[in-house]
Ligand binder design. Structure first.
Ligand code: PGA
Length: 253
């Protein structure tokens, strides 16, 4: 089975209501049909409007950036997976390093959130990656293996795992302008695929989409996406400018 190639935009906590609507429309109008799956992971306030903007557009999908692990209840300020689903949301970013770092999200909590998202028939985009000190100490593989084992491998069957997109995001490359070299990205993605193979078998490993994230720009996207085990990108800063984001989606060709 051919792997799905994907470019997902992570808007983070950016864009007020009108600006978000305009950005979604600008990308939609400039993109046209493409073989690449595009996902807009917007702040909650945009979800329903962007879902309407994307109606009948087959290659652009809607995603959120987080969700609560419980279905409903007295959790003031939180949003649940069923609520996301009701807006037309299909993807949810989980485990982003900003959530792990600033909101102290643990391996166990991320497994619960992943269950909640899968339970609604949505697809998690599961992020992980090492910090700079671990990379400098040569411990990146160890860290990544632990992040995958503790949250995903321990808790999900092969069938469940088939609905999860992985996103390797070295923390030292996020928002810093410092990108992993294509060689560093390829080495890590190959390693990740070998871990998936060991746990779930060759067929699952071959069909798992593994995105790279961390300062992807129009200027470096082609080299990164040209690596055999890099199946696309999770794009932060550059997803906020329609021309840059559209150019990145074309970097496969
Ligand atoms: P960046 O963010 O592209 O701005 O580095 C990527 C991410 O955090 O997903």
């Amino acid at each position: 089975m051919a792997r799905i190639r994907m470019v997902a935009g992570n808007w983070k906590m950016n864009k007020n209501y009108e600006d978000g609507r305009d950005l979604a429309m600008a990308v939609r109008d400039a993109l046209g049909p493409s073989e690449v799956k595009v996902v807009f992971c917007t702040p909650y306030i945009h979800l329903k409007t962007v879902s309407i903007i994307l109606k009948d557009i087959l290659n652009i999908h809607l995603g959120a950036q987080n969700c609560h692990e419980k279905e409903s209840g007295a959790f003031t300020g939180e949003i649940s997976a069923p609520q996301l689903k009701s807006t037309g949301c299909e993807y949810v970013i989980l485990g982003h390093s900003e959530r792990r770092e600033y909101f102290k999200e643990s391996h166990e909590l991320l497994a619960e959130k992943t269950k909640a998202v899968l339970g609604q028939g949505m697809k998690p985009i599961f992020c992980f990656g090492e910090k700079l000190d671990s990379r400098e100490a040569g411990k990146q593989n160890q860290i990544v293996e632990k992040q995958l084992k503790e949250s995903l491998f321990k808790n999900f069957s092969k069938d469940e795992f088939a609905n999860i997109t992985l996103a390797y995001e070295p923390v030292w490359a996020i928002g810093t302008g410092k990108t992993a070299s294509p060689k560093q990205a390829q080495e890590m993605h190959q390693f990740i695929r070998s871990l998936v193979k060991k746990k779930y078998g060759a067929e699952t490993a071959d069909s798992t989409t593994i995105l790279y994230g961390g300062s992807v720009k129009p200027a470096n996207a082609k080299d990164l996406f040209g690596q055999p085990d890099v199946d696309g990108g999770l794009i932060g800063g550059a997803s906020l400018k329609a021309p840059d984001f559209v150019e990145i989606t074309k970097a496969f060709f």
